[in-house]
Ligand binder design. Structure first.
Ligand code: ADP
Length: 334
Protein backbone atom coordinates (compact mmCIF):
# COMPACT_ATOMS: atom_id res chain seq x y z
CA UNK A 1 0.00 0.00 0.00
CA UNK A 2 1.18 3.50 -0.79
CA UNK A 3 1.47 6.32 1.68
CA UNK A 4 -0.29 8.57 -0.83
CA UNK A 5 -2.81 5.95 -1.95
CA UNK A 6 -6.44 6.98 -1.49
CA UNK A 7 -7.78 3.55 -0.47
CA UNK A 8 -7.89 2.70 3.21
CA UNK A 9 -5.19 0.37 4.51
CA UNK A 10 -5.42 -1.65 7.70
CA UNK A 11 -3.61 1.03 9.64
CA UNK A 12 -6.16 3.67 8.59
CA UNK A 13 -9.22 1.71 9.54
CA UNK A 14 -8.51 1.73 13.26
CA UNK A 15 -7.76 5.45 13.38
CA UNK A 16 -10.46 6.55 10.96
CA UNK A 17 -13.23 5.60 13.33
CA UNK A 18 -11.81 8.08 15.83
CA UNK A 19 -11.29 10.85 13.29
CA UNK A 20 -14.67 10.75 11.54
CA UNK A 21 -16.81 13.86 11.89
CA UNK A 22 -20.03 12.93 13.69
CA UNK A 23 -22.41 15.50 12.21
CA UNK A 24 -22.79 17.75 9.18
CA UNK A 25 -21.47 20.72 11.14
CA UNK A 26 -18.15 18.98 11.78
CA UNK A 27 -17.84 17.74 8.18
CA UNK A 28 -15.32 20.02 6.45
CA UNK A 29 -15.86 21.39 2.93
CA UNK A 30 -18.17 19.96 0.24
CA UNK A 31 -20.45 22.96 0.79
CA UNK A 32 -22.91 22.06 -1.95
CA UNK A 33 -23.38 18.43 -0.97
CA UNK A 34 -23.66 19.42 2.68
CA UNK A 35 -26.25 22.08 2.05
CA UNK A 36 -28.32 19.85 -0.22
CA UNK A 37 -28.13 16.91 2.16
CA UNK A 38 -29.06 19.10 5.08
CA UNK A 39 -32.32 20.00 3.28
CA UNK A 40 -33.07 16.40 2.34
CA UNK A 41 -32.60 15.22 5.92
CA UNK A 42 -34.46 18.12 7.55
CA UNK A 43 -37.43 17.58 5.23
CA UNK A 44 -37.48 13.85 5.97
CA UNK A 45 -37.34 14.51 9.70
CA UNK A 46 -40.20 17.02 9.48
CA UNK A 47 -42.33 14.47 7.64
CA UNK A 48 -41.40 11.93 10.28
CA UNK A 49 -40.42 9.53 7.52
CA UNK A 50 -37.36 7.88 6.08
CA UNK A 51 -34.92 9.92 3.97
CA UNK A 52 -34.80 9.41 0.21
CA UNK A 53 -32.10 7.14 -1.20
CA UNK A 54 -28.81 9.00 -1.60
CA UNK A 55 -26.07 8.41 -4.17
CA UNK A 56 -22.61 9.76 -3.38
CA UNK A 57 -20.08 9.86 -6.17
CA UNK A 58 -16.43 10.71 -5.82
CA UNK A 59 -12.89 9.38 -5.51
CA UNK A 60 -11.84 7.16 -2.58
CA UNK A 61 -11.05 8.92 0.68
CA UNK A 62 -13.24 11.99 0.13
CA UNK A 63 -15.71 11.16 2.89
CA UNK A 64 -18.49 9.02 1.41
CA UNK A 65 -18.53 6.48 4.26
CA UNK A 66 -18.33 9.31 6.75
CA UNK A 67 -21.31 11.09 5.17
CA UNK A 68 -23.38 7.90 5.21
CA UNK A 69 -22.73 7.58 8.95
CA UNK A 70 -23.68 11.22 9.42
CA UNK A 71 -26.93 10.61 7.51
CA UNK A 72 -27.77 7.77 9.89
CA UNK A 73 -26.83 9.84 12.94
CA UNK A 74 -28.89 12.84 11.80
CA UNK A 75 -31.88 10.56 11.18
CA UNK A 76 -31.35 8.84 14.53
CA UNK A 77 -31.19 5.56 12.64
CA UNK A 78 -28.85 2.56 12.79
CA UNK A 79 -26.52 1.90 9.86
CA UNK A 80 -25.43 -1.28 8.06
CA UNK A 81 -22.27 -1.10 5.96
CA UNK A 82 -21.50 -3.39 3.04
CA UNK A 83 -20.13 -3.15 -0.49
CA UNK A 84 -21.00 -4.20 -4.03
CA UNK A 85 -18.18 -6.77 -4.33
CA UNK A 86 -19.34 -8.39 -1.05
CA UNK A 87 -22.74 -9.11 -2.60
CA UNK A 88 -22.17 -11.97 -4.99
CA UNK A 89 -25.69 -13.36 -5.19
CA UNK A 90 -29.14 -11.85 -5.08
CA UNK A 91 -29.70 -14.06 -2.03
CA UNK A 92 -26.93 -12.20 -0.15
CA UNK A 93 -28.75 -8.96 -0.77
CA UNK A 94 -32.14 -10.42 0.17
CA UNK A 95 -30.68 -11.56 3.49
CA UNK A 96 -29.35 -8.08 4.26
CA UNK A 97 -32.49 -6.25 3.15
CA UNK A 98 -34.86 -8.50 5.07
CA UNK A 99 -32.93 -7.99 8.29
CA UNK A 100 -32.95 -4.17 8.16
CA UNK A 101 -34.75 -2.29 10.91
CA UNK A 102 -37.33 0.34 10.00
CA UNK A 103 -35.58 3.52 8.88
CA UNK A 104 -32.14 1.88 8.88
CA UNK A 105 -29.45 3.28 6.58
CA UNK A 106 -27.86 0.74 4.27
CA UNK A 107 -24.49 1.93 3.01
CA UNK A 108 -23.46 0.14 -0.18
CA UNK A 109 -19.92 1.09 -1.12
CA UNK A 110 -18.75 0.47 -4.72
CA UNK A 111 -22.35 -0.05 -5.70
CA UNK A 112 -21.32 -0.24 -9.37
CA UNK A 113 -19.57 -3.54 -8.65
CA UNK A 114 -22.67 -5.44 -7.57
CA UNK A 115 -23.73 -8.52 -9.54
CA UNK A 116 -26.48 -8.09 -12.13
CA UNK A 117 -29.14 -10.21 -10.36
CA UNK A 118 -28.50 -8.38 -7.08
CA UNK A 119 -28.79 -5.08 -8.87
CA UNK A 120 -32.16 -6.02 -10.29
CA UNK A 121 -33.40 -7.06 -6.89
CA UNK A 122 -32.24 -3.72 -5.56
CA UNK A 123 -34.41 -1.81 -8.09
CA UNK A 124 -37.57 -3.25 -6.62
CA UNK A 125 -36.38 -2.92 -3.06
CA UNK A 126 -35.58 0.76 -3.53
CA UNK A 127 -38.86 1.55 -5.25
CA UNK A 128 -41.45 -0.60 -3.55
CA UNK A 129 -39.66 -1.82 -0.40
CA UNK A 130 -40.30 -5.33 -1.58
CA UNK A 131 -38.20 -8.16 -2.99
CA UNK A 132 -39.09 -11.41 -4.70
CA UNK A 133 -37.17 -14.28 -3.24
CA UNK A 134 -36.85 -17.11 -5.75
CA UNK A 135 -37.23 -20.52 -4.20
CA UNK A 136 -36.34 -23.65 -6.14
CA UNK A 137 -34.87 -24.04 -9.62
CA UNK A 138 -36.09 -24.51 -13.17
CA UNK A 139 -39.79 -24.78 -14.02
CA UNK A 140 -40.75 -25.40 -10.39
CA UNK A 141 -39.13 -22.17 -9.13
CA UNK A 142 -41.49 -19.78 -7.40
CA UNK A 143 -41.12 -16.15 -6.45
CA UNK A 144 -42.08 -15.43 -2.88
CA UNK A 145 -42.76 -11.72 -2.33
CA UNK A 146 -41.24 -10.29 0.81
CA UNK A 147 -42.22 -6.93 2.30
CA UNK A 148 -39.34 -4.79 3.58
CA UNK A 149 -39.39 -2.03 6.17
CA UNK A 150 -38.73 1.41 4.65
CA UNK A 151 -34.99 2.07 4.64
CA UNK A 152 -32.55 4.60 3.18
CA UNK A 153 -30.00 3.31 0.73
CA UNK A 154 -26.79 5.30 0.55
CA UNK A 155 -24.86 4.14 -2.50
CA UNK A 156 -21.26 5.15 -3.11
CA UNK A 157 -19.42 5.01 -6.40
CA UNK A 158 -16.30 6.53 -7.85
CA UNK A 159 -18.30 7.87 -10.79
CA UNK A 160 -22.10 8.18 -11.11
CA UNK A 161 -21.66 7.47 -14.83
CA UNK A 162 -20.63 3.89 -14.02
CA UNK A 163 -24.16 3.13 -12.83
CA UNK A 164 -26.83 1.80 -15.17
CA UNK A 165 -29.44 4.55 -15.64
CA UNK A 166 -32.30 2.53 -14.07
CA UNK A 167 -30.30 2.30 -10.86
CA UNK A 168 -29.16 5.92 -10.94
CA UNK A 169 -32.75 7.08 -11.47
CA UNK A 170 -33.94 5.41 -8.29
CA UNK A 171 -31.91 7.73 -6.07
CA UNK A 172 -33.75 10.79 -4.81
CA UNK A 173 -30.54 12.72 -4.41
CA UNK A 174 -27.05 12.53 -5.89
CA UNK A 175 -24.14 14.30 -4.24
CA UNK A 176 -20.94 14.80 -6.20
CA UNK A 177 -17.92 14.92 -3.92
CA UNK A 178 -15.04 17.08 -5.11
CA UNK A 179 -11.37 16.98 -4.23
CA UNK A 180 -10.66 19.31 -1.29
CA UNK A 181 -8.95 22.66 -1.57
CA UNK A 182 -5.71 23.04 0.44
CA UNK A 183 -7.41 25.38 2.94
CA UNK A 184 -10.09 22.75 3.60
CA UNK A 185 -7.46 20.05 4.10
CA UNK A 186 -5.74 22.33 6.59
CA UNK A 187 -8.97 22.40 8.58
CA UNK A 188 -9.20 18.60 8.41
CA UNK A 189 -5.59 18.35 9.64
CA UNK A 190 -6.09 20.80 12.52
CA UNK A 191 -9.19 18.95 13.60
CA UNK A 192 -7.45 15.56 13.46
CA UNK A 193 -4.39 16.93 15.28
CA UNK A 194 -6.67 18.10 18.09
CA UNK A 195 -8.26 14.65 18.35
CA UNK A 196 -4.85 12.94 18.27
CA UNK A 197 -3.55 15.46 20.82
CA UNK A 198 -0.71 16.61 18.59
CA UNK A 199 0.52 20.20 18.55
CA UNK A 200 0.73 21.55 15.03
CA UNK A 201 1.60 25.01 13.77
CA UNK A 202 -0.51 26.50 10.95
CA UNK A 203 2.50 26.31 8.59
CA UNK A 204 2.95 22.65 9.46
CA UNK A 205 -0.67 21.94 8.58
CA UNK A 206 -0.28 23.86 5.31
CA UNK A 207 2.79 21.83 4.42
CA UNK A 208 0.93 18.53 4.93
CA UNK A 209 -2.22 19.80 3.17
CA UNK A 210 -0.23 20.69 0.05
CA UNK A 211 0.99 17.11 -0.24
CA UNK A 212 -2.32 15.36 0.44
CA UNK A 213 -3.70 15.17 -3.11
CA UNK A 214 -6.98 16.85 -2.25
CA UNK A 215 -7.94 13.85 -0.12
CA UNK A 216 -8.74 13.87 3.64
CA UNK A 217 -7.77 10.20 4.07
CA UNK A 218 -4.28 10.95 2.75
CA UNK A 219 -4.05 14.11 4.86
CA UNK A 220 -4.85 12.12 8.01
CA UNK A 221 -2.34 9.43 7.08
CA UNK A 222 0.46 11.91 6.37
CA UNK A 223 -0.35 13.69 9.63
CA UNK A 224 0.21 10.44 11.54
CA UNK A 225 3.55 9.78 9.86
CA UNK A 226 4.67 13.35 10.50
CA UNK A 227 3.59 13.02 14.12
CA UNK A 228 5.86 9.96 14.49
CA UNK A 229 8.77 11.90 13.06
CA UNK A 230 8.12 14.94 15.25
CA UNK A 231 8.00 12.72 18.32
CA UNK A 232 11.17 10.79 17.55
CA UNK A 233 13.33 13.51 16.00
CA UNK A 234 12.06 16.64 17.74
CA UNK A 235 9.91 17.81 20.63
CA UNK A 236 6.65 16.51 19.12
CA UNK A 237 5.52 19.86 17.73
CA UNK A 238 4.75 19.84 13.99
CA UNK A 239 6.28 22.89 12.33
CA UNK A 240 6.66 23.51 8.60
CA UNK A 241 10.24 22.32 8.78
CA UNK A 242 9.41 19.11 10.64
CA UNK A 243 6.55 18.31 8.22
CA UNK A 244 8.80 18.91 5.23
CA UNK A 245 11.67 16.77 6.56
CA UNK A 246 9.32 13.99 7.64
CA UNK A 247 7.63 13.77 4.27
CA UNK A 248 10.99 13.87 2.51
CA UNK A 249 11.93 10.76 4.51
CA UNK A 250 8.74 9.11 3.27
CA UNK A 251 9.45 10.18 -0.31
CA UNK A 252 6.40 12.39 -0.67
CA UNK A 253 7.38 15.56 -2.48
CA UNK A 254 6.03 19.10 -2.21
CA UNK A 255 3.14 18.38 -4.50
CA UNK A 256 2.25 14.96 -3.12
CA UNK A 257 4.05 12.89 -5.75
CA UNK A 258 5.73 9.74 -4.47
CA UNK A 259 8.64 7.75 -5.83
CA UNK A 260 6.56 5.95 -8.48
CA UNK A 261 4.96 9.17 -9.74
CA UNK A 262 8.34 10.83 -10.04
CA UNK A 263 9.89 7.79 -11.74
CA UNK A 264 7.19 7.90 -14.41
CA UNK A 265 7.57 11.64 -14.96
CA UNK A 266 11.31 11.49 -14.89
CA UNK A 267 11.46 8.68 -17.50
CA UNK A 268 8.99 10.53 -19.69
CA UNK A 269 11.06 13.71 -19.62
CA UNK A 270 14.63 12.43 -19.43
CA UNK A 271 14.45 9.33 -21.63
CA UNK A 272 11.81 10.40 -24.12
CA UNK A 273 12.29 14.16 -24.21
CA UNK A 274 8.79 14.71 -22.87
CA UNK A 275 7.11 12.33 -25.35
CA UNK A 276 4.87 11.47 -26.98
CA UNK A 277 5.69 7.94 -25.92
CA UNK A 278 3.49 4.86 -25.76
CA UNK A 279 2.30 3.55 -22.41
CA UNK A 280 4.04 0.17 -22.80
CA UNK A 281 7.38 1.75 -23.63
CA UNK A 282 7.08 4.11 -20.70
CA UNK A 283 6.17 1.23 -18.36
CA UNK A 284 9.20 -0.82 -19.46
CA UNK A 285 11.45 2.19 -18.89
CA UNK A 286 10.14 2.55 -15.34
CA UNK A 287 10.29 -1.20 -14.70
CA UNK A 288 6.61 -1.40 -13.83
CA UNK A 289 3.54 -3.10 -15.27
CA UNK A 290 1.49 -1.15 -17.79
CA UNK A 291 -1.51 -1.27 -15.47
CA UNK A 292 0.50 0.13 -12.57
CA UNK A 293 1.61 3.13 -14.60
CA UNK A 294 -1.84 3.66 -16.11
CA UNK A 295 -4.01 3.08 -13.04
CA UNK A 296 -1.79 3.92 -10.09
CA UNK A 297 0.47 6.75 -11.25
CA UNK A 298 -1.21 8.45 -14.16
CA UNK A 299 -4.59 9.56 -12.80
CA UNK A 300 -3.01 11.94 -10.30
CA UNK A 301 -0.34 13.15 -12.76
CA UNK A 302 -3.09 13.91 -15.29
CA UNK A 303 -5.22 15.65 -12.65
CA UNK A 304 -2.24 17.77 -11.63
CA UNK A 305 -1.63 18.78 -15.24
CA UNK A 306 1.81 17.16 -15.27
CA UNK A 307 1.12 14.45 -17.83
CA UNK A 308 -1.30 14.31 -20.75
CA UNK A 309 -2.65 11.29 -22.59
CA UNK A 310 -2.78 12.00 -26.31
CA UNK A 311 -3.66 9.74 -29.26
CA UNK A 312 0.07 9.58 -30.08
CA UNK A 313 1.17 8.73 -26.55
CA UNK A 314 1.96 10.26 -23.19
CA UNK A 315 3.46 13.74 -23.04
CA UNK A 316 4.99 15.71 -20.20
CA UNK A 317 3.56 19.22 -19.80
CA UNK A 318 5.63 22.37 -19.17
CA UNK A 319 4.54 22.07 -15.51
CA UNK A 320 6.21 18.64 -15.38
CA UNK A 321 9.54 20.05 -16.57
CA UNK A 322 9.25 22.78 -14.00
CA UNK A 323 8.28 20.42 -11.19
CA UNK A 324 11.33 18.20 -11.75
CA UNK A 325 13.55 21.25 -12.21
CA UNK A 326 14.50 20.30 -15.76
CA UNK A 327 14.80 22.40 -18.91
CA UNK A 328 12.71 21.24 -21.86
CA UNK A 329 14.71 20.73 -25.10
CA UNK A 330 14.43 23.63 -27.56
CA UNK A 331 12.31 22.42 -30.44
CA UNK A 332 13.21 23.78 -33.87
CA UNK A 333 10.59 26.13 -35.26
CA UNK A 334 11.35 25.11 -38.84
P1 ADP B 1 -14.55 7.31 1.45
O1 ADP B 1 -15.71 6.51 2.01
O2 ADP B 1 -15.00 8.33 0.46
O3 ADP B 1 -13.44 6.45 0.94
P2 ADP B 1 -14.16 8.08 4.23
O4 ADP B 1 -15.50 8.58 4.59
O5 ADP B 1 -13.83 6.71 4.75
O6 ADP B 1 -13.93 8.15 2.66
O7 ADP B 1 -13.10 9.14 4.79
C1 ADP B 1 -11.73 8.83 4.94
C2 ADP B 1 -11.14 9.55 6.13
O8 ADP B 1 -11.11 10.94 5.86
C3 ADP B 1 -11.92 9.39 7.43
O9 ADP B 1 -11.01 9.25 8.49
C4 ADP B 1 -12.65 10.68 7.61
O10 ADP B 1 -12.73 11.02 8.96
C5 ADP B 1 -11.80 11.68 6.86
N1 ADP B 1 -12.67 12.66 6.20
C6 ADP B 1 -13.27 12.51 5.01
N2 ADP B 1 -13.98 13.60 4.68
C7 ADP B 1 -13.83 14.47 5.70
C8 ADP B 1 -14.32 15.80 5.94
N3 ADP B 1 -15.11 16.42 5.07
N4 ADP B 1 -13.98 16.39 7.10
C9 ADP B 1 -13.17 15.76 7.98
N5 ADP B 1 -12.67 14.52 7.81
C10 ADP B 1 -12.99 13.87 6.69
Amino acid sequence: SRLVGADADGDDQAVEAALRPKDLGEFVGQERVREQLDLVLKAARQRGGTADHVLLSGAPGLGKTTLSMIIAAEMGAPIRITSGPAIQHAGDLAAILSSLAEGEVLFLDEIHRMSRPAEEMLYMAMEDFRVDVIVGKGPGATAIPLELPPFTLVGATTRAGLLPPPLRDRFGFTGHMEFYAPAELERVIHRSARLLEVTIEPEGAAEIAGRSRGTPRIANRLLRRVRDYAQVKADGVITREIAGSALAVYDVDGRGLDRLDRAVLSALLKLFGGGPVGLSTLAVAVGEERETVEEVAEPFLVREGLLARTPRGRIGTPAAWEHLGLTPPQRGTG
